[in-house]
Design a protein around this ligand. Structure first.
Ligand SMILES: *[C@@H]1O[C@H](CO)[C@@H](O)[C@H](O)[C@H]1NC(C)=O
Ligand SMILES: *[C@@H]1O[C@H](CO)[C@@H](O)[C@H](O)[C@H]1NC(C)=O
Ligand SMILES: *[C@@H]1O[C@H](CO)[C@@H](O)[C@H](O)[C@H]1NC(C)=O
Ligand SMILES: *[C@@H]1O[C@H](CO)[C@@H](O)[C@H](O)[C@H]1NC(C)=O
Length: 387
């Protein structure tokens, strides 16, 4: 019982202390209002939204203060808020419009007028949903976008599961630098309906968010739009490396070389994967150089084959897609046999060629000599007649 009493006494003291403390601070408290007219504005950029607000009321009391705004925002259902502290009256960022957006903001006062402590207003809140929200089964499926060789963007999709036959989809895209969202100009079609898009040349579109919306229309139902955000450098699929060649040294060491895929991707942006096949075993390795040295596991293997493919490396993008494998190059049989064949065939050709030329020359020379003799004979006969 004594313990209990003691506990309760402690609790009381604590409560009194807290109450006293808060009354103390509230005596000297400065109150500031939250920002006014806080709203989320959609300028039609398919996910790039503007959060904007007006200064709080009765700011005149805080002339010596620094007024800042603490903004927190997220897609509804995402775990964490993004927090921004700004003196401006707007903030822009990209959102996933497949989901709703929520945001809150309050005013922060710091500086002389608050005696060094920070004063916060209550929160102003706002939410945003795109207007068209229909049956989720009407959304497109399996959207697949690939930026071929960092040059040609191509996206394709399948129609939604529960859509009516008359449904036709349209694709719109936007990135910073375009005045407004642009509709695809070159659709890929199946049975007269749009199932993909070939994009035109996209000027200065790397390393920034690329927004896509695929919406649609149907007489019988509303079609729910799908939104996508990605950065183009992360979905590059390069061409496979070509001109694969190799040389064998000491019958064990092999040097494999290939040329950098043609196109706009700089040499320093590649990573290569090489697959070696030695008789019945195979293994894979990667390199960022365009050649590799390796040692055969056995100098008695009969068949060696190589395959190379390429991807954009981590120095140039966060992600990428492997190219197709290049043509397979194989080396068969003994090295001496190979050298023999390599030397013998050209040697035979050259010898044959030389022989042919000599014969031709000889033949011509014979004719020439004949002609000269005949001429001389004629001259002689002329002279004879003259005499
Ligand atoms: C700031 O502190 C000074 C002295 O410590 C005091 O006189 C003044 O009332 C305080 N102002 C506020 C707004 O708390
Ligand atoms: C679908 O839209 C494209 C243009 O975006 C049009 O050419 C095509 O005829 C349309 N198909 C149907 C079935 O409405
Ligand atoms: C599809 O989205 C674009 C861009 O936001 C819009 O202009 C167009 O009206 C939408 N079409 C439909 C059928 O909702
Ligand atoms: C293979 O290598 C072994 C030793 O590593 C050597 O004794 C042998 O002669 C080599 N065989 C050929 C065909 O080069």
């Amino acid at each position: 019982m004594a313990f209990l009493h003691l506990d309760i006494r402690c609790l009381y003291t604590l409560l009194i202390c807290t109450a006293f403390g808060s009354t103390l601070s509230s005596n000297a408290e400065i109150k500031v209002n939250p920002p006014q007219d806080f709203e989320i504005v959609d300028p039609g950029y398919l996910g790039y939204l503007c959060l904007q607000w007006q200064p709080p009321l009765s700011l005149d009391n805080f002339k010596e203060c620094t007024i800042e705004y603490e903004l927190k925002y997220r897609n509804i259902d995402s775990e964490s808020w993004k927090t921004i502290i700004t003196k401006k009256l707007y903030y822009k960022d990209g959102f996933d419009l497949n989901k709703g957006v929520e945001a809150k903001i309050h005013t922060l006062l710091t500086g002389q007028c608050t005696n060094g402590s920070e004063v916060q207003s209550s929160w102003s809140e706002a939410t945003y949903w795109t207007s068209t929200q229909g049956n989720l089964e009407t959304k497109i499926q399996d959207m697949d976008c690939v930026y071929y060789n960092w040059q040609y963007l191509l996206c394709s999709w399948k129609p939604g599961m529960g859509v009516h036959f008359d449904t036709n989809y349209s694709l719109f895209y936007w990135y910073e630098g375009l005045d407004h969202a642009v509709q695809c100009a070159d659709y890929i079609k199946a049975n007269g309906k749009n199932i993909g898009c070939r994009f035109p040349y996209l000027e200065s579109s790397d390393y920034k968010d690329f927004y896509i919306c695929v919406n649609g229309s149907s007489e019988s139902q509303a079609i729910t739009p799908s939104y996508f955000i990605f950065q183009l450098q992360n979905i590059v699929k390069p061409l496979p490396p070509d001109d694969l060649s190799f040389s064998v040294k000491n019958s064990k060491e092999i040097n494999l070389k290939w040329s950098i895929p043609r196109g706009p991707i700089p040499a320093k942006c590649f990573i290569y994967e090489i697959e070696f096949k030695e008789d019945d075993t195979a293994w894979v390795t990667t390199t960022i150089e365009n050649e590799i040295y390796f040692t055969r596991t056995s100098n008695e293997s009969h068949r060696l084959c190589f395959l190379v493919r390429s991807k954009v490396n981590i120095y140039c993008s966060d992600d990428g897609i492997w190219s197709e494998w290049g043509d397979e190059q194989c080396w068969k049989g003994d090295i001496r046999m190979k050298t023999l064949v390599f030397f013998l065939i050209p040697f035979a050709f050259v010898s044959l060629f030389l022989l042919l030329i000599t014969c031709l020359l000889l033949y011509k020379q014979k004719n020439l000599l004949k002609m000269i003799f005949q001429k001389k004979k004629e001259v002689f006969s002329h002279q004879e007649t003259l005499c």
